[in-house]
Write a protein that binds this ligand. Sequence first.
Ligand SMILES: Nc1ccnc(=O)[nH]1
Length: 158
Amino acid sequence: MDDDKFFAIALEEAKKGFQDGGVPIGAVLVSTDGQILGKGCNKRVQEGSVTKHGEISALEASSPGTGLPPPATIYKGATMYSTLLPCVMCTGACLLYGIGRVVYGSGADQNLKFDTVKILESYGVETVCVGNRESEEMMARWVRENPERYGREPWAEA
Ligand SMILES: Nc1ccnc(=O)[nH]1
């Protein structure tokens, strides 16, 4: 199905982030009729932001730039593709906007404080782990090369 195609786009976003020296996590949000609503990557480093996770960048990119948010209905049942399992913040954003599916590359085995697969599933959001070595390796490399920037977050203390 189209999951592979859209996941590949999320992976491209992650690579762009990596090339810019950022956390290599990419995401793309796709409506039920297969339209890309928005895509982006984690911009914590690029923008010095504590909230610009890949999934948030994709959501932000779905805003048409008119100053008005798009009608909430466009998100209903949409799929969030992310190279890494969404954290609790992005899980909240997915739930808030009525996203119906989350397709991620890896991360379910991370020792995180919040079991976001469980949270998503408990609200009826389908989760699919496609498993992707490339994004995993890129992320592992980034963490290795940026020890001062990653790994000490409160959510990694579990
Ligand atoms: N799934 C994610 C975890 C952490 N940061 C991100 O941008 N995305």
